[in-house]
Design a binder for this molecule. Structure first.
Ligand code: BG6
Length: 491
């Protein structure tokens, strides 16, 4: 296990504490940090939501995900110690709820102590919640606020949210979470690119043919269908997670890893993304929705069935994105994400160009260009596909083989989940792993253009069976350019 870096004591208030995110991710993340001894003794954890619950009732709800069935006796004891420190306060964001006074009393009055407000709430009430935090005098010198994605549903609403939050908290106390930035393999992207001399000289249109970013999930919308139906794959995954991955692949080397140095470079990429116009959408965008099928070995319902009515929301989207700058001119970035796909698989493929002149006899086999496969999840790893000579007598025979870095084989340790890492990054004040206001707004500008361009006429919804690779038309997006999606299962 890597050495733990201690953090300062902090108070954290989770708004929306009875919701899915808090119960599934945040409380378990804090529990794991607690078990590793990373939460200092005089820290406070307070859940806030509208429901009138006692501490004990809240603890019981939290245990559903915090303490899974079959947890060891030792784990149960740790959970009991942890949860005894977690308080619950019922308060309404609107109106003069007595909970606000109780919350003030429960927090450390020390103005400089780190105080975190986590808004695990719908973005439409971020502004109101921050205003209430301000109005009840809870915003101290040491305060920071965490906003979950999505920040709004378009550029306009994102601006309004950013304005409202910014009226209470200065920009350097606002931590906009994109949990993909907390993933181990995503953080490794910067190191891979900027701590190795090997890649950077060919990391451009000179050496790279195209890039593919796939985030495929085997799960469906399920219990989140009512939220998801108002969002869809583009807003839920592309505007944030996938564009952040694209930025990390495409950005120029920052002068340092200092937060604003990195964020400024990412912003330049977002601003250089070519806006997709209505007359190009038919060729650049495919949107789909899953129908019933077999997923993870069991029969899965159609999306419309989960939503309870016919819906035009996309559960799959594939887009050809272009970055109009010197480094990436003519290098397409193919982006793809979907629910109820064949398997859960997130990866970035960097497809290099062929060698300029082939000197190997055609009988020796097929010459293939190098390919870098960065597997984000599951089975985290990095694989560089190289041409080599098949060993043995009888002349030259070509073999395409991987230089393989498997995390499981190389690093004999467990590492914290993205939320654990990001929560600790907020305590440390490390803004580099969070999105700045201008980044979020630039990402929405590009996303809004896609939404405006993909009318039913240009991009009709394509249906695909659950458990498949998405709509057939998604292959056309690449085959039209003489390329194909990389398929890890194919030899
Ligand atoms: C969330 C989306 O941001 O990311 C979900 O809202 C999606 O729809 C999830 O399932 C995927 O995260 P991960 O870490 O499981 O890849």
């Amino acid at each position: 296990m890597a050495e733990l870096v201690p953090v300062e004591p902090f108070d954290i208030v989770i708004f929306g504490a009875t919701g899915d995110l808090a119960r599934r991710k945040l409380i378990p993340a804090l529990f794991h940090r607690w078990c590793d001894g990373q939460i200092p003794e005089n820290s406070r954890i307070i859940g806030v939501a509208r429901d009138e619950l006692t501490d004990a009732e809240f603890h019981e709800r939290a245990a559903e995900f915090g303490l899974p069935d079959g947890a060891s006796e030792q784990r149960r004891e740790r959970w009991a110690e942890f949860i005894a420190h977690v308080r619950y306060i019922a308060a309404d964001i609107e109106g003069e709820s007595p909970g606000w006074a109780a919350l003030k009393d429960a927090l450390d009055p020390n103005e400089d102590k780190i105080r975190i407000f986590y808004l695990a709430l719908p973005p439409s009430i971020y502004g109101k919640t921050c205003a209430a935090i301000g109005a009840h005098g809870l915003n101290t010198r040491g305060s920071r606020v965490i906003l979950e994605k999505p920040i709004g549903r378009d550029y306009h609403s994102a601006r309004l949210i950013n304005e409202a939050v910014g009226a209470v908290f200065p920009e350097n106390s606002i931590f906009r979470i994109d949990h993909y930035l907390g993933k181990e393999t995503v953080q490794n992207l910067l190191i891979l690119r900027f701590a190795n001399m090997l890649l950077e000289p060919v990391w451009s249109a000179g050496g790279i043919d195209h890039v593919q970013i796939t985030v495929a999930e085997s799960l469906g919308a399920g219990t989140r269908a009512s939220y998801y139906d108002r969002s869809g794959a583009l807003r839920d995954m592309v505007q944030n997670h996938i564009l952040q991955l694209l930025c990390l692949v495409a950005m120029e080397p920052p002068a340092s890893l200092e937060a604003d140095a990195v964020r400024a470079e990412k912003l330049k990429v977002l601003r250089a993304l070519r806006l997709i116009k209505a007359d190009q959408a038919g060729e650049a965008v495919v949107r789909g929705q899953y129908q019933a099928g077999i997923s993870d070995g069991a029969s899965a319902p159609a999306y419309a069935e989960e939503v309870g009515e016919e819906s035009k929301t996309e559960t799959f989207v594939a887009i050809r994105a272009d970055i109009d700058n010197w480094r990436w001119a003519g290098v397409p970035f193919y982006l793809r994400t979907g629910k109820r796909m064949r398997a859960r698989r997130s990866e970035i493929i960097i497809q290099f160009k062929p060698v300029p002149h082939d000197i190997i006899n055609a009988d020796a086999g097929v010459m293939q260009p190098n390919r870098l496969v960065i597997r984000l999840q599951p089975d985290e790893g990095v694989k560089l596909m190289m041409m080599t000579k098949d060993p043995g007598p009888g002349g030259v025979r070509l073999r395409y083989v991987p230089l393989n870095l498997s995390y499981a084989e190389t690093f004999d340790q467990d590492y914290p989940d993205a939320y654990e890492r990001l929560l600790m990054a907020v305590v440390r004040g490390n803004l580099g792993l969070f999105m700045r206001r201008d980044e979020v707004e630039a990402a929405w500008r590009w996303t809004d253009a896609v939404v405006a361009a993909w009318t039913d006429g240009a991009c009709p919804l394509q249906f695909y069976p659950a458990g498949s690779d998405g709509p057939d038309k998604a292959s056309l997006l690449l085959s039209r350019d003489g390329r194909e999606w990389y398929d890890a299962e194919r030899p």
